[in-house]
Design a protein around this ligand. Structure first.
Ligand code: ATP
Ligand code: MG
Length: 412
């Protein structure tokens, strides 16, 4: 009887060289563009106390109520694999005592874990690139942050996307709006789906975001937060729009964008593509001025966004993973040491080299061929004694004998 082959957990994928090449492209674009906006990379833990997410994301949310990978460790601590990055970033910001250190502009990249139903663009372990800015109230900086997201996508050549913005108000204007929304929803409760009915009391703004078509057609004239903003929120939203216009960032207002959690306020936005079906949001973010305080710090305005690396990668063309520059074929045991030394020297000059490992010439040439190398360097005994090597160009078939110290010049 054969042994059952082990498989990765459903919704958790391996990143093989072709995938990683794309991810690195995305990460490089993030680093380039975010640095121009003076953001620094931080590297934060994958494991955090469960309490952090319960207190920040909230018990009512899908993430905390059913999607977290949560366990008790051997010491009895209640831990979670992080489902998102903002809570950990706020914890780190507070723990490092940076609340008086002026604005902090951070970005990070790494895996997040949510026990969702796996489907295209929806994984259980996925990577996010996240951005957080602490100590800045906006709206000028909000506009710049959104422009940074736009610049990043353009750096990757992704222009088939649209940016949608909204304002979620603040604790001054939201309660009255919320009451108005709840009474509107209650009048239509029997026509709305079960989830909408559940959310109506606890988190009524999330009803606006329901993906069920019959709910959406029932909600066409639902009251909108942007029509009920207080004077300060109105000024903030107007400032955001003016900033985006000054920066030539295309946007649409979508009053249905909600972030669903109480600590989110004012600026909310998404960048969406039509190329990925239902999982079309590639970047999502917003302002969360109440979170730092909710986690025990002083009142500190903050804004951020996060993007799904795998979703973005699906929009990119395949990246050719190029083969090594050169393979070394050593003809006979007597030249082996010399061949190793040449490989080492060429590597130190920056070429990528695979050594074909000795053995018969036939085996070595076959291996060189499989590597997809641009050049093969053949080292024979007579040649070695004459201070020469043979360089074969695998694209043209051309061969030349030359001195080892001109190899690099010959392959450039
Ligand atoms: P969605 O509406 O798609 O469920 P979300 O609101 O849960 O997204 P956020 O928590 O805002 O997503 O995460 C930001 C981004 O991270 C998303 O826009 C998406 O690109 C990516 N993302 C979120 N969940 C997943 C997942 N399970 N698999 C892959 N990418 C994800
Ligand atoms: Mg989700």
């Amino acid at each position: 009887m054969g042994i059952k082959k082990l498989q990765s957990i459903r919704g958790i994928h391996d990143g093989l060289p072709g995938d990683v090449a794309k991810w690195q492209k995305v990460e490089a674009a993030a680093k380039t563009v975010f640095s121009r906006y003076a953001f620094s990379e931080v590297r934060l833990p994958l494991l955090e106390p469960t309490e952090l997410f319960v207190r920040s994301i909230g018990e009512e949310t899908d993430i905390v109520s059913k999607e977290m990978y949560r366990f008790e460790d051997q010491g009895g601590d209640d831990l979670c694999l992080r489902p998102e990055g903002t809570a950990g970033a706020v914890r780190a910001y507070l723990q490092a005592g940076l609340t008086r250190a002026g604005a902090q502009r951070w970005y990070y990249t790494g895996p997040m874990f949510r026990r969702e139903r796996p489907q295209k663009g929806r994984l259980r372990q996925f990577q996010q690139i996240g951005v957080e800015m602490f100590g800045v109230a906006g709206p000028i900086e909000d506009a710049e942050l959104l422009a940074m997201a736009r610049d990043f996508l353009l750096e990757l050549g992704l222009d088939q996307v649209r940016m949608e913005i909204n304002s979620l108000g603040c604790p001054t204007c939201r309660p009255a709006y919320r009451d108005r929304l709840v009474s509107y929803l209650k009048e239509r409760a029997n026509k709305l789906c079960e989830t909408c009915n559940e959310r109506m009391e606890k988190n009524p703004m999330r009803v606006l975001d329901c993906k069920v078509a019959s709910c959406q057609s029932e909600l066409t004239d639902a009251p909108e937060m942007i029509a009920h903003l207080c004077a300060d929120c109105d000024v903030h939203f107007t400032g955001l729009k003016a900033g985006l216009e000054a920066l030539s960032v295309d946007y649409q207002i979508n009053p249905r964008i909600v972030r669903g959690l109480d600590y989110y306020n004012r600026t909310a936005f998404e960048i969406i593509t039509d190329q990925l079906g239902a999982q079309g949001t590639v970047i999502a973010g917003g302002r969360y001025d109440a979170l730092v305080e909710a986690l025990g710090g002083p009142a500190t305005p903050a804004i951020g966004f996060a993007m799904g690396l795998e979703r973005l990668a699906m929009l990119l063309p395949e990246v050719n993973v190029s083969g090594p520059d050169m393979a070394i074929v050593a003809l006979g045991d007597a030249v082996e040491g010399h061949a190793l030394m040449l490989a080492s020297q060429l590597r130190s000059k920056g070429l990528s080299i695979v050594h074909c490992g000795g053995g018969s010439a036939k085996r070595q040439f076959k291996m060189a061929d499989r590597e997809g190398v641009r050049f093969v360097l053949v080292v024979g005994e007579d040649e070695m004694n004459a201070g020469l090597v043979t360089l074969k160009n695998m694209q043209t078939g051309e061969q030349q004998q030359l001195a080892p110290d001109v190899i690099v010049a010959a392959v450039l």
